[in-house]
Design a protein around this ligand. Structure first.
Ligand code: ARG
Ligand code: ASP
Length: 735
C-alpha cells in the first residue's frame, strides 16, 4: 500500500528521492517472485524460502535440499527419464503414476494375466516383476559450473566456435570433477545457455513392479477426462528399487536387495483445505516461458493449428478402426492415447493463450523492456535491436517451421515409412561395416520390428497413408513435397486411395512375414532388394526432400534464434533486476509451490478444488471403454468402507492447486507445509495447459490424486496389507 500512496508532492527532486528509497527498500526485501516458476532446489534458500514460508511452508529450504544430510531431494527420482517417482518406504518402495508405469505393466501383461485390465499386486517381494531398461536416478549434488564452462568464451565467437569451446570445457570438467565409480556426471545448460549446472547422480537399474490398479481405476475417464477437471482418476502404480548388497547401484540380479534410501517420504492422512501450501518436487521436461511475442503468435496461429489438424485426421482414422475391431482396439490403444494426449493439450493451449491475451501481455512486457533499454546507455548498445532482430528471425523461420510441423506430424504416423528407416540402417551398416556390421544390425532391426508389428495393422496404416498424404500434398508448398510421391499420384490418376492401394500391394514392408522373406539371402542381395522396394524409395525421397529443402535452412535459422534468445534471456535478467527468474524446464530437478485453490474457467462457472468418490460413481457407465468400474470398488463405495482414508463418510479422490508443472512432472509428489506426502501429480486443467508458454495464476492448476485414494485402493481394494505396513503414515487427527 505504501507504494500506491506516496506522501510526497510530485516535484521532480522528491520523486527521485522517493524512487531511490523505493529501490533500496526493494533490494533490501529481496526480489519479487511471481506466482509461478520451476525453481532450482539448490537456490531455494537464497531466492524462495521467505516467500514459501509466507505462503505457509513450515519447513526450511535446507530440509528440501541439503548435500550434507538426508533431505527431501533424496526421496525423489527421475523415473526412466520421462517421469518422476518418490521413495515412500525404507525398503525402496517407489510411487509414480499409472501412465508412467504403463509400459512396464503392459510388458508383463498377456491374455491370461491381463494386468492392464485387472491390475497387478505383489503380496510378497518374490512376486515383484523385473523391468529391463527401466531406471531410477537420484540427484546427489548440484554445482554451478558456469565459470568453468564459459571459460574463454566471448561475444565475438560464432555459434560454432562457442559450442566447441563449451564442449571442450565440459569435457575437461568431467575429468577434473571427483565422483565415486558408481556415480555419473551430467552438465546441463540453463537460462538459454547463460548458465550451466553439474549434477552428480546415482542411477539404479533394478526397478521392479510392485503394484498397479486396473486401468478402470488408474486411467479412469481415459481420453475424455484427460487434461480435464473435475477428475476422478487413481493414476498411480508402485515399484521398488533394488540394490547390490552394498546398497549401491547394481544390474538386475536375484541376489539384489531392496534399496535402503537416505530419505523416504512420510505420508499425511490429513488432506488439504483451500489456501493450504503445497509443493511439487520433480523433473519437469520442457517449457518456453521467455519467448518473443511473435513466437507465441506463431504457436497460436500456425504451429498448434497445423499439428492439431493433422492429428485430428489421424485420430479419426484410427478411432474408426478401433470401434469396429476388438484386436485393433487393443493394438492401437497406447498409440491412440499418446497421439491424442498432445492433440488435446495443444487445443487447450491455444484456448488458454487466446483467453488470457498472452500475446498482448507479452507485447506490453516488451514495450517496458524497450523503454528501460533506451534509458540506459549500456543496455542501449547491447540490446537496442534485440526485439527487432527476434521478430525478424521468427518471421524468417515461419515457413520452415510450418514445413517442419507438417513433416514431423505426418511422416511418423505412416508407419511403413518408419519401417523403411529401420531397413535403411541395414543398408548403411553393410556400406560402412561390411557383412559383420550388417549381421549385428540385422538382429537388432528384427528385434525392434518384432515389437513394432505387435501394435501394427497394415489396413489401418494404408488408410492413414491415404488421408495424411492428401494433407502432405495440399497443405504445404509444392517444393516441400516429395517428387516421387507426385509421380506415384500421377500414375494413379491423382487418387490417394489408388496410390495407397498400389503401394501397399507392391511393398514388402507391410508385414513382418514379408520383411523376413525380404531379409533372407546374402547381405548384398538383401540390400539391393530393400533399395528396390517402393515404400523404401518413397520414405527415402520424403526424407531427402525434407532435409534439402527444409532442415538445412531450418537449422541455420534456429541457430540464429538460439543465439538471440540467449542474449534476450540475459537481457531480461539485466533489465528487470527486481524480478527473480527461474530457468525453463529441461528435465532437471525442480521445486514448484502454490496454494490449494479453486478456479473460474469462464463466466459464471467455478470449479471446486476437491473431487470425491461420489463423482467416480456419477461418471460410471457399465461396459464403457472409458468409464467402467470394477465391481469391488462399487461395493466398497456402497458400504462406505473407506477405512481411515475417508473424511466424514466421503472418500477424497483428486485435488488441484496452483503449482507450475509440466510434462515430466507426472508422478511427482505433492507435499504439504511440513514436507509430508499428500498427493501424486498427474495432469493439468484444460484451460491452463498453456502454462508451458505463459503461466497465468488465475486459471493454471495442476491435478493431483489424493494420497488417501491411493492408500484406499491399496488397502481396501487390493488388500495389499504388506504394502501398507511398509509406509510411514502421520496424522494430527485421531482416526
Ligand atoms: N495428460 C497427462 C500427461 O500429459 C496424462 C496422460 C495420460 N492419460 C491419458 N489418458 N492419455 O501426460
Ligand atoms: N501428464 C503430464 C506428464 O505425464 C503432466 C502434465 O503435463 O501436466 O508428465
Amino acid at each position: 500500500m505504501w507504494f500506491t500512496k506516496p506522501k510526497f508532492a510530485a516535484n521532480d527532486l522528491n520523486m527521485k528521492k522517493y524512487f531511490l528509497l523505493l529501490i533500496i527498500l526493494i533490494s533490501f526485501l529481496g526480489k519479487t517472485i511471481a506466482e509461478e516458476g520451476m525453481w532450482l532446489p539448490q537456490l531455494l534458500q537464497s531466492l524462495n524460502e521467505k516467500q514459501m514460508k509466507k505462503m505457509g511452508m513450515k519447513i526450511n529450504a535446507s530440509d528440501i535440499y541439503n548435500i550434507s544430510k538426508g533431505s527431501l531431494k533424496d526421496a525423489i527420482v527421475s523415473f526412466g527419464g520421462f517421469c518422476t517417482a518418490e521413495v515412500i518406504s525404507d525398503q525402496g518402495l517407489l510411487l509414480t503414476n499409472h501412465h508412467c508405469g504403463f509400459d512396464a505393466i503392459q510388458n508383463h501383461s498377456s491374455i491370461q494375466n491381463n494386468y492392464i485390465r485387472d491390475g497387478f499386486w505383489s503380496y510378497n517381494k518374490d512376486q515383484e516383476l523385473r523391468n529391463d531398461g527401466l531406471f531410477a536416478t537420484f540427484i546427489i549434488r548440484i554445482d554451478d559450473v558456469t565459470a568453468s564452462v564459459l571459460k574463454d568464451v566471448n561475444a565475438r565467437m560464432s555459434e560454432k566456435e562457442r559450442q566447441s569451446a563449451v564442449d571442450k570445457n565440459i569435457a575437461a570438467l568431467r575429468t577434473s570433477t571427483k565422483k565415486e565409480t558408481y556415480q555419473d556426471l551430467i552438465v546441463r545448460p540453463f537460462f538459454e545457455s547463460n548458465k550451466y549446472y553439474l549434477f552428480v547422480t546415482e542411477t539404479y537399474r533394478d526397478v521392479r513392479l510392485v503394484g498397479a490398479p486396473p486401468s478402470s481405476i488408474g486411467n479412469y475417464g481415459k481420453d475424455t477426462d484427460n487434461w480435464m477437471w473435475p477428475r476422478h482418476t487413481g493414476d498411480f502404480s508402485m515399484f521398488r528399487i533394488y540394490a547390490g548388497k552394498d546398497n549401491k547401484p547394481a544390474a538386475y540380479s536375484p541376489e539384489n536387495v531392496p534399496y535402503k534410501p537416505k530419505r523416504s517420504l512420510s505420508i499425511s492422512l490429513d488432506g488439504v483445505k483451500e489456501g493450504d501450501f503445497t509443493m511439487v518436487f520433480g523433473f519437469p521436461g520442457r517449457t518456453n516461458e521467455y519467448l518473443h511475442s511473435s513466437a507465441i503468435e506463431q504457436i497460436v496461429n500456425m504451429s498448434d493449428p497445423a499439428k492439431i489438424a493433422i492429428r485430428t485426421k489421424a485420430l479419426n482414422v484410427i478411432d474408426g478402426f478401433m470401434r469396429r475391431d476388438e484386436e485393433i482396439k487393443i493394438q492401437y490403444a497406447a498409440k491412440y492415447a499418446s497421439i491424442s494426449n498432445a492433440w488435446k493439450k495443444w487445443q487447450g493451449e491455444v484456448l488458454g493463450l487466446t483467453k488470457t491475451n498472452a500475446v498482448a501481455k507479452r507485447k506490453e512486457m516488451e514495450a517496458s523492456f524497450e523503454k528501460i533499454v533506451l534509458q540506459k546507455p549500456e543496455f542501449n548498445i547491447a540490446y537496442m535491436n534485440l526485439l527487432k532482430d527476434l521478430k525478424q528471425a521468427y518471421t524468417d523461420i515461419e515457413p520452415y517451421a510450418y514445413a517442419r510441423d507438417y513433416y514431423t506430424e505426418i511422416f511418423p504416423r505412416i508407419e511403413i515409412l518408419g519401417f523403411a528407416g529401420q531397413l535403411n540402417s541395414l543398408v548403411n551398416a553393410l556400406e560402412k561395416n561390411g557383412e559383420a556390421g550388417y549381421n549385428t544390425a540385422k538382429d537388432k532391426t528384427l528385434a525392434s520390428l518384432e515389437e513394432l508389428f505387435k501394435e501394427y495393422n497394415t489396413t489401418v496404416d494404408q488408410k492413414l497413408f491415404e488421408s495424411l498424404m492428401e494433407m502432405y500434398v495440399s497443405g504445404q508448398k509444392d517444393v516441400n513435397v516429395s517428387p516421387l510421391l507426385k509421380d506415384m499420384l500421377k500414375q494413379n490418376g491423382n487418387s490417394y486411395a489408388n496410390a495407397a492401394a498400389s503401394l501397399y500391394t507392391k511393398t514388402k514392408l507391410g508385414s513382418l512375414a514379408s520383411i523376413k522373406t525380404l531379409l533372407t539371402g546374402n547381405a548384398k542381395d538383401v540390400c539391393d532388394a530393400i533399395k528396390a522396394d517402393p515404400a523404401f524409395q518413397l520414405s527415402m525421397d520424403m526424407q531427402k526432400t525434407y532435409s534439402s529443402n527444409v532442415s538445412i535452412k531450418l537449422n541455420e535459422l534456429q541457430a540464429v534464434i538460439n543465439q538471440l534468445q540467449r542474449t534476450y534471456m540475459q537481457a531480461q535478467m539485466d533489465v528487470f533486476t527486481q524480478k527473480a527468474f527461474y530457468p525453463d524446464a529441461n528435465s532437471t530437478l525442480r521445486v514448484t509451490y502454490g496454494n490449494v485453490k479453486p478456479y473460474q474457467p469462464r463466466d459464471a462457472v467455478k470449479f471446486d478444488f476437491y473431487s470425491y468418490m461420489d463423482g467416480v460413481m456419477e461418471k460410471y457407465k457399465p461396459g464403457d471403454y472409458e468409464f467402467d468400474l470394477p465391481q469391488k470398488l462399487i461395493d466398497l463405495y456402497k458400504k462406505k468402507d473407506f477405512g481411515r482414508y475417508g473424511v466424514n463418510g466421503r472418500q477424497p479422490v483428486c485435488f488441484i492447486a496452483a503449482n507450475h508443472t509440466t510434462g515430466g512432472n507426472s508422478g511427482s509428489p505433492a507435499l504439504d507445509a511440513n514436507g509430508n506426502l499428500i498427493g501424486l501429480n498427474f495432469d493439468r486443467v484444460w484451460e491452463g495447459t498453456m502454462s508451458d508458454i505463459n503461466y497465468d495464476p488465475t486459471i493454471c492448476r495442476n491435478i493431483m490424486v489424493d494420497i488417501r485414494y491411493v492408500l484406499f485402493i491399496v488397502d481396501k481394494y487390493a488388500e495389499a496389507k504388506n504394502i501398507i505396513s511398509e509406509l510411514k503414515l502421520v496424522s494430527k487427527k485421531t482416526r
